[in-house]
Design a protein around this ligand. Structure first.
Ligand code: NAD
Ligand code: IPM
Ligand code: MN
Length: 357
């Protein structure tokens, strides 16, 4: 099977200056999978790519020890002094309100204006339908994730904010991608209920549909979409959705290609408001149920790293990492989530063995 490549480049990094990449491994299995991405960074450097790595300790341990989530000065340095962020995962049962996750991950997404979250689901794991090729474009900064709400006894409110600039940026990226790939585009919405917010989505979608007559595009009620997806995932190409629906749809689509351990994501700001305009992270979370056991699958993290390489214009390196992942899987390398026995480190090593020197 020719799996091709995942994702696309948003421009070439200036090779005269090193690309500064901040690493935030985070919590649970985040550091375990990040440990397998680090050698890939060393590998691109060995091929002549100039990179500078900034390792950051932010996450649950740091918060519990110091009370700090993501200090403002550090955020400013990331925003203005780095080019990219490679992120593991956040979430820890000892912090049930998820305050640190909000103040680290959601803040980075929102305050860096990383509107577009790209979550490709490509089959690389043997046994999964090789004809599935779904790419979810999730708006990454708005909807209920604006975190404005109130709780009082017997009543709770979560506000969902949708703004035209963000909706337009997300949909424009989705239309462009569908046009490039010759895929259809489905907008997932619930405008039959969420008349205001999803009504705005439909209006912008209709406007872009007339500007992109080459893309077969239509809206679907998200509930009906989920049923249709499970019945025939091969019928779908690009799916665009708001932050909340996109979160749910991307996890469902992960199940078509091997589950939470294997799906990557890349978030970026197409309007490039700051120097740091891209963040790569796997779709999965910190998986407290398997953290510390060496069971985590590093594939989602490594494919996210490949997406970042492609975004930086390092196409050969991105393709090589994706091919190494695919070849290792096809040769039978599997962690426990895929029914195998390899540890995280052994899986990472099996993949790295396929990288060209
Ligand atoms: P999760 O993705 O962490 O785990 C869901 C299931 O998938 C678990 O059974 C887990 O063991 C499995 N899994 C996930 N990643 C895996 C991997 N790489 N290899 C093998 N198995 C893997 O989702 P959850 O359990 O709902 O959330 C746990 C914590 O992570 C929560 O605090 C949540 O808020 C957080 N979270 C963070 C992110 C992120 O940082 N981007 C994403 C999702 C969830
Ligand atoms: C994800 C996660 C996050 C989200 C959580 C950890 C806030 O589920 O990255 O998909 O809901 O966006
Ligand atoms: Mn999620």
């Amino acid at each position: 099977m020719d799996c091709g490549t995942i994702g696309f480049s948003m421009g070439d990094a200036n090779l005269d200056n090193p690309v500064r990449i901040a690493l935030i491994p985070g919590d649970g299995i985040g550091p375990e999978v990040m440990a397998e991405a680090l050698p890939c960074l060393a590998w691109v450097a060995s091929r002549g790519r100039k990179i500078e790595i900034l390792q950051l300790p932010y996450g649950a341990e740091h918060y519990l020890a110091t009370g700090e989530t993501l200090p403002s000065a550090v955020f400013d340095n990331l925003r203005d002094g780095c080019d990219a962020i490679l992120f593991g995962a956040v979430g820890d049962p000892r912090i049930p309100d998820g305050r640190h996750a909000e103040e680290i991950l959601l803040r980075l997404r929102q305050d860096l204006d990383l509107t577009v979250n790209f979550r490709p689901c490509r089959p690389m794991v043997p046994g999964f339908d090789t004809t599935v090729d779904i790419e979810v474009f999730r708006e990454n900064t708005e909807g209920p994730y604006c975190l404005q709400g109130t709780s009082e006894p017997g009543r709770a409110v979560d506000l969902a904010i949708h703004t035209e600039p963000a909706v337009r940026r997300l949909l424009e990226a989705a239309f462009q991608r569908a046009a490039t790939k010759g895929h259809s585009l489905i907008l997932a919405h619930k405008a039959n209920v969420l008349k205001h917010g999803h009504g705005l989505w439909l209006r912008v979608f209709e406007d872009l549909r007339t500007r992109h007559p080459e893309v077969p595009a239509r809206g679907m009620h998200a509930d009906a979409l989920l049923c249709a997806l499970v019945q025939d995932p091969r019928a779908f190409g690009v799916i665009a959705a708001d932050n909340y629906l996109g979160d749910l749809i991307s996890d469902l689509c992960a199940a078509f290609v091997g589950g939470m351990g294997v799906t990557p994501s890349l978030s970026w700001a197409p309007h490039h408001p700051f120097r740091c305009a891209v963040l790569a992270e796997p779709v999965h979370g910190s998986a407290p149920d398997i953290a510390g056991k060496g069971w985590a699958n590093p594939v989602g993290m490594l494919l996210s790293t490949a997406l970042l390489f492609r975004h930086l214009g390092w196409e050969a390196e991105a393709t090589a990492v994706e091919a190494a992942v695919k070849n290792a899987l096809e040769a039978g390398a599997k962690t426990r989530d895929l029914g195998g026995e390899l540890s995280t480190a052994a899986m990472g090593a099996a993949i790295r063995a396929g990288l060209p020197s």
